[in-house]
Design a protein around this ligand. Sequence first.
Ligand SMILES: Cc1ncc(COP(=O)(O)O)c(C=O)c1O
Length: 459
Amino acid sequence: MTTRNSIEKLRATLLGKTQSNAMATGASHDVAHASVAESKRLTARSLDDIPPAYFQFKDFPEYKEYTTMQWYCQKQSFPQSLFQPHAGASDANVTIHGREFVNFSTYNYLALGSDERVKNAAIEAVRTFGAGTGSGRSITGEIDLHSAFEREICDVLGTEDAVLSVGGYSTNAFTIGYLCRNQDLILYDELIHNSALIGCKMTGSRRFSFPHNDYDALTQLLDQHRGNFERVLILAEGVYSMDGDIPDVPKLVEIKDKYKALLMVDEAHSMGVIGPRGLGVCDYFGIDGKQIDILYGSLSKAFGTCGGYVAGPSPLIAILKHYAPGVLLYGASPTPANAAAALESLRIMREQPDRARRLQDNAAYFIQQAQTAGLDTYRSKDSGVVPIMMRDSELALWLSMKLWENGICSYPMMHPIVPRDKTRLRFFINVNHTHEQINQTIDLIGDLLKVAPKSKGLF
Ligand SMILES: Cc1ncc(COP(=O)(O)O)c(C=O)c1O
């Protein structure tokens, strides 16, 4: 056997056949991939029979749904509130077209995106390194801010290592997308974020969702299927981004340990927000970050900037850094401004835990006032995400527009983001919201719902 063959064989043994093939061809886990010879055996319909809906965007069904919505908004004389540019920062208040709104639609939970120290750190980094790093991290795109953030996030979470990456969505998707293969199984909570779902789709793995927070259902799936697969990945969120509830992470750890599975927790909405020090699920439950195999976080929420990270055992981080496309490989590195802002925000989170506690108090106050007014805040507890359930898309849209007219910004979450009967308005609570702003908002919602038009069930 030649040296090259024996190296290939070793690689195949180490990585599993699918992955080494995928790496060699670049057709990563691509089950739809076929050779030219195979493609010749497929029959095709004639060109005359291809309907416009297959090649004209205006006939795509989602465009039809979009135009129905536009038509409805115009008919109701709703001001169009999507894609409106804001001036200045977006935190508890935001200025749009010269008008100030109370803002319940920003992820900037701790107002760190507009904090002078964070802004100055970003400005200083741009002065030092420029607006970009010039390439991917593994070549000359590395700057010491990347590793400084990684060291500090490990310090906070108690993990061995971490990797900082350019996008929040992409880090989640590509981490999952790389770690699982055809011969693996993914079990995910039915409410996980789209970035995780897209990651799952990339894998070619067998996938089952389990009902939200239903650990008996998860255990049953593991009892039945664990033995048939190689790697088994369980996916949950630290705070669910639509419902604002927190799963029983210690229970998930117990289950994954028992079944020799891997647990990944998406901390996009929990890091910086929950726990006595605001430092995420480990802080909230008093557990060691080492107990969770993969801790993923987004930098666009409490960190107030942009990017993503994964923290976990050193071998995991080595794998992600050296093999996973889209985490670091084949892509640009986080910009100096983003890396510096993330690092400064992390330092402020650690130094000033009272920010998270103020946010938590505001959220508890919002829920208490809403429930007293007879509104349904669904499962939200201890987080910065509070839904007010409408369960009807037209009503949610109408209420959101009426709030907008009255200077309050909260967007409706409708199909396909949530099921139609779970339509709601989502409120992101901010450290700088005042009780007065919360009272005004709840009172106004109560008054508006008394005069809401009857839904026609259009969408
Ligand atoms: C739960 C969750 N995970 C991941 C992401 C993606 O993060 P980013 O906004 O940083 O791309 C989001 C974004 O909204 C999210 O809500």
